[in-house]
Design a binder for this molecule. Sequence first.
Ligand code: FPP
Length: 250
Amino acid sequence: MTRSDKVDTAPGETSGASTDTPRHVAIIMDGNGRWAARRGLPRAAGHKAGAEAVRKTLRAAVEAGIDTLTLYAFSSENWRRSDEEVSDLKGLMRYYLEREIDELAREGVKLEFIGDPSAFGPDLWNRLQAAAARTEENDRLRLVVALNYGSRAEVAAAAQRLAEEVKAGTRDPASIDEAALGEAMQSAHLPALDLIIRTSGEQRLSNFLLWQAAYAELLFVDTLWPDFDGAALDDALEVFRGRQRRFGGR
Ligand code: FPP
């Protein structure tokens, strides 16, 4: 089956009998701080090592034929971190973009963002938009970076959009069903989410893709994010292939 033949595995549209390579994988990259603390290093060193793990994982995702990889890089709650750490993370994103954009473009990676990255200020926001524009024709792998993202905010914004349509008289309230709400979300164009991986042993979703996770497989691994790499991704894909997906059926 070629990539363009692949069928979207929306809930209810598949028997779920066997699982192949997941089409859409999302990762909660956790454990950078602990990785650094164990080495007596500042948290920024953990984030820097985390950016290297992003490179390795992305390369392996391309190799594995994953269609969409969504990474939780900065949550709407991460603003609670110290100004220094927020500034370090912004600096790292700027650095990563500068260093990686040529390779991302060459490798056929299409870069997108969810959340509200404009909150990072015009300099970074302009760079992010330029990088997305430069890679927009690529179709080998879609890399979605969640920046200043919160799932509840995404759902609330979708509800607001629909409410505005009702107010404008262009929508009947009775038409607001699961599909309508899903289509009003910022991430509506992404394929159905198949697998969420969280590193560092924590077992929660932390306001990440809550709506989309309804039928996703969840995988919690003990590896700290900076130690994650292509082999760790391949292991995760193997676990996924062993899962039976039923989407509410039997
Ligand atoms: C969680 O570890 C990690 C983050 C909040 C930031 C993720 C950022 C990166 C991996 C680097 C840059 C990203 C890209 C896309 C280039 P933590 O700090 O919460 O770790 P802890 O729980 O051990 O303290």
